[in-house]
Design a protein around this ligand. Structure first.
Ligand code: PMP
Length: 443
């Protein structure tokens, strides 16, 4: 017999919390959008009919054509222009679509290996290993690096894949205030003085974990100080470059290049192919010895099927465009366009009176709304005006730290961004979300 939803009630009970019942189901139209086009500067989204969000959505055939400020397509490579696709079609012919086997169990292709070698060279490390998913890159790498008796010191706003990976290690985890180097030093010193819980023995190792650009803030890490601290206290440094690789630095080499840090001073550089490379998957780059160890022990390459070859091919081609190895200037031009767009949009939002957090040059730009009640109105009013944005709240942020996140692309034109700023200004007035800090201080 068919099991009714009621029959599942005990299974689901512990997940049926206040947030799910009162908030998420009522506003999930702001997130689960039925997208029906490529993640270009403009995107097509199907119009919804059903407003009962507990039921399956139904859609009309009508689509909304909206300016896309939500995809991580920083350099526009997800759009498959000719120079990125030609080998991909060949790879589909030669290798098919799915690999249907994990690399560590059965084997992997020359395309995967080329990607690993070229990524390592690009980021300034001896070797790298690729994963089929960025999330799994973090969540299955940490258990290869730390265990009982180790200490992981993590920024409060690190991505959930880092948090989950760190928790799976069995190591002690300490969290430092977001991007606060004074607090990081304080946490390191305290931890060294106290030693391991109960035994008071010195830590087997201490790993500091940060992101190049924080995905929920758009702020860049103070990498120089992180390196100073890691050297001073003999720690290891792990940097997640999901949003910074191929997005910042003069030649797209990420946060090390942007901040003038020698990649040799960062022990592990992790990144994903889902953003600037317009593909899927992730990598970890480090010394040969560390990479061999991760390849042998990480559950994702060992037991999860490897990245589809066409996706590895897409990442490899995008990388060669960024480095200029394809013989064109396209990579350089896109990096410049992205930097120009990011700065233009950041200044525009500031001028309008929004409370913006993001560093100049970051393609991730965040406007604080604070009150989570403002999120659905802001998102829907934007979409009504043809601008698709991402609103973020709990559990990704603290409950009173609701925000809107914009992702810029080299594909946006200045006219696109002017239009967006005009519409956002209207929405800001309508939802009363400009000058939020002043309003909050006034009570
Ligand atoms: N790290 C960070 C900082 C991220 O923001 C994300 C996802 N946006 C990931 C890792 C996971 O990457 P993916 O989406 O490629 O699985």
């Amino acid at each position: 017999s068919v099991v009714t939803p009621k029959g599942y009630a005990p299974l689901l009970k512990s997940f049926d919390d206040f947030y799910q019942r009162r908030m998420y189901t009522r506003i999930k139209d702001c997130w689960e959008r039925p997208i029906c086009s490529r993640p270009a500067a403009w995107i097509d989204i199907m119009e919804r009919v059903s407003t009962d969000f507990n039921k399956t959505f139904t859609f009309t055939k009508k689509t909304i054509h909206a300016l896309n400020l939500g995809s991580y397509n920083y350099l526009g490579f997800a759009l498959n222009p000719d120079h990125v696709t030609k080998e991909i079609f060949n790879s589909l012919d030669q290798y098919g679509i799915g690999t249907c086997s994990p690399a560590g169990e059965f084997g992997y292709t020359a395309v995967h290996r080329d990607l690993e070698k070229e990524v390592a060279q690009f980021v300034g490390k001896e070797d790298s290993v690729v994963f089929s998913m960025g999330y799994a890159t973090n969540s299955t790498t940490f258990p290869c690096l730390a265990g009982k008796g180790s200490l992981i010191i993590s920024d409060r706003l690190n991505h959930t894949s880092i948090v989950r990976g760190a928790r799976a290690t069995g190591a002690k985890i300490e969290v430092f205030k977001h991007n606060n180097m004074k607090h990081l030093e304080h946490v390191i010193r305290q931890a060294i003085v106290k030693g391991q819980p109960k035994t008071r023995r010195p830590w087997k190792k201490i790993i500091i974990v940060v992101e190049g650009i924080y995905s929920m803030e758009g702020e860049m890490v103070d990498l120089k100080t992180c390196v100073e601290l890691k050297k001073k206290y003999k720690c290891y440094l792990y940097v997640d470059e999901a949003h910074s690789i191929g997005a910042i630095g003069k030649s797209g080499k990420g946060i090390c290049e942007h901040t003038g840090v020698d990649p040799a001073d960062v022990d592990i550089l992790m990144g994903t192919f889902t953003k600037s490379f317009g593909s899927v998957g992730g990598y970890v780059a480090s010394s040969k010895a560390v990479i061999n160890h991760i390849r042998r022990t990480s559950f994702s390459p060992l037991y999860g099927s490897s990245m589809p070859v066409a996706c590895a091919c897409q990442a490899l081609n995008a990388l060669r465009v960024i480095t200029g190895e394809d013989g064109t200037n396209i990579g350089k031009e896109r990096l410049q366009a992205l930097a120009r767009n990011s700065e233009y949009f950041l200044n525009g939002l500031r001028k309008l009176g929004f409370e913006v957090i993001a560093d100049v040059g970051s393609p991730v730009i965040v406007v604080m709304l604070y009150n989570p009640g403002k999120m659905p109105g802001f998102s829907r009013e934007c979409l009504k005006r043809g601008v698709a944005v991402v609103v973020v709240g709990a559990p990704a942020t603290d409950i009173l730290e609701g925000r809107v996140r914009f992702c810029l692309s080299a594909n946006h034109t200045i006219e696109d961004l002017e239009l967006a700023l005009e519409k956002l200004s209207e929405v800001g007035d309508l939802t009363n979300t400009k000058y939020m800090k002043q309003k909050m201080l006034q009570g």
